[in-house]
Structure formats: C-alpha cells, structure tokens
Design a protein around this ligand. Structure first.
Ligand SMILES: C[S@@+](CC[C@H](N)C(=O)[O-])C[C@H]1O[C@@H](n2cnc3c(N)ncnc32)[C@H](O)[C@@H]1O
Length: 253
C-alpha cells in the first residue's frame, strides 16, 4: 500500500511517503506521465462513464461566464483535455480560446491529439506557480486535479491571484461520502479500484495513490473554509451522485 503522510498544518498531496512538496509534486507528475496511455480508458471504466456527465454538469454551472465570447477561461490540471472540451462545448463560435494547463507532458500530448481542432491553448505548466499575471482570468476550473496539488491553501491563493475581481472558481473533485454509501464507496475505492486500475494500467502504485489522495483531501466543510481563507465569497459545494464527487464554486471578491 502507499502510505500517506498526514500533515494537518499544511495539507496537500503526498504520494508514497514523499516528505517535501517538491518531491511529492515530482512523484505526482511521474504517476500521471506513466498512466497517460491508459488514463482515458481507465477513467471511463472506473467511473462507470460518470466522468463525462460530471464534466458536462460542472461546465454548465458556469454557462453565464462561458457564453460571453470575451471571457478568459483557464482549466487547470487539464490532463487529456476532457474538462477543457466540456467548457468549450458551452462557448459560442468565435469565442476566445480556453487554456488547458497541466504539468504532465504525456497527458497534454494526448489532449493535443484528441482535441487537435478545438479552440484550446494547451500549456505545460505548474498549477502552483501559474505563468500568468494577476487578474488574467474570469473563470478558473480544475476537474479531479486539485487534490493532487501539494499545498491546497497555496493552490487556492494562486487561483485567486490569477482571477480578475468577480472571477469564478470551479473545482470538481472526488469526495469520500459518509454513512452506508461511504462504506460501499470505500470498498470500491480501496479494494476494487487499485486492483482493476493496476491490472489494466500495469501500475498498481498509481491506482493505490488515487484512493489515498481522496481520503487525504479535505471534506466539503474544510475545503469551503480554506476557500474562505483564500478570499473567495459566495462559496458553495454541489454534491454529485450521493456526494461521491462534487463541484466547489466561489467568486473572487
Ligand atoms: C486525475 S487527472 C485529471 C485530468 C482531467 N482534468 C480530467 O478530469 O480527466 C489530474 C491531472 O492533474 C495534473 N496535475 C497534478 N498536479 C499538478 C500541478 N501542480 N500542476 C499542473 N498539473 C497538475 C496531473 O498531471 C493530471 O494530468
């Protein structure tokens, strides 16, 4: 199993016992580079096809911004580009392109091939140190990527920095539900998923990291509190499918 180092002061992803943020980030990048060839297949299979619905539902939550042709939109941790494409589906023709950013070259390569004709800019970069000036975007999203950041509070501050006043944040993330559905979810996530994922991808470590990263991720009340501390107002969390995932929303004051 992949041990997870608990760090209540400075929570962020820490795969396989990596002690420093830099080592953890390098390890996360290595995991995604290694599973990139099978990522889409496994994503659709392991989420039982729900991923597509969730990207689309999250994107529709920002229709009011996305339908403005001049809106500047950044999709962080874009991976192979499916959330970026869901955002683009809500954009009018001749709108400004949507930027998809990720630090895994292998994941991005797939996005470029899959969406070669899409009105997207694909950028290799680190979500913790965005290559953009303050106030550059009207909407910043991240789908199933934010929990991989090595420092959640700093990640939120960085998103806040690049948003223009009144700009919106949308973080679609997995959640560990409570009660009976939480029990069923735990069995699936901690027993079935690492086995299936490891078998198909040939990388068991990567698919053990997935449930541990979800377990480590703050629950909605803590995450909403962290968003408040970063300065976001009008914060909300919409739970999807018995709270197994959900969309965090907020506005830069
Ligand atoms: C689970 S995938 C999600 C990809 C895509 N958004 C989706 O919904 O399928 C997480 C992605 O986050 C990226 N990622 C993790 N930490 C990052 C960071 N600090 N900067 C940029 N990308 C990061 C990984 O490379 C990976 O492609």
């Amino acid at each position: 199993m992949n041990p997870v180092i608990e760090d209540s002061v400075n929570p962020g992803a820490r795969p396989a016992g990596e002690a420093s943020e830099a080592a953890a980030a390098a390890h996360v990048r290595e995991i995604f580079n290694s599973i990139a060839p099978r990522y889409d297949l496994l994503n659709h299979l392991l989420s039982m096809g729900l991923d597509r619905r969730w990207w689309s539902r999250a994107a529709r939550s920002f229709r009011d911004v996305l339908t403005q042709p001049q809106a500047r939109v950044l999709d962080l941790c874009c991976g192979t580009g499916d959330m970026t494409a869901a955002l683009l589906a809500q954009r009018p023709a001749s709108a400004e392109p949507v930027t998809g950013l990720d630090f895994s070259a292998q994941m991005l390569d797939r996005a470029r091939v899959k969406y070669s004709t899409a009105n997207a800019l694909w950028v290799e970069g680190d979500a913790m140190h965005l290559p953009y000036a303050d106030g550059s975007f009207d909407l910043v999203t991240a789908a199933f990527g934010f929990r991989n950041l090595t420092n959640y509070a700093e990640g939120l501050r960085e998103i806040y920095r690049v948003l223009a006043p009144g700009g919106r944040i949308g973080i679609l993330e997995c959640n560990q539900p409570d009660g009976l559905s939480g029990f069923a979810y735990s069995i699936y996530f901690h027993q079935v998923l690492p086995l299936l994922g490891g078998w198909i991808s040939g990388d068991r470590t990567a698919y053990t990291y997935l449930p541990t990263s979800v377990a480590r991720f703050p629950r909605p009340p803590q995450m909403l509190q962290m968003m408040a501390e970063a300065g976001f107002v009008d914060r909300a969390w919409d739970g999807y499918l018995l709270r197994a995932a959900g969309l965090y929303r907020g506005v830069k004051a």
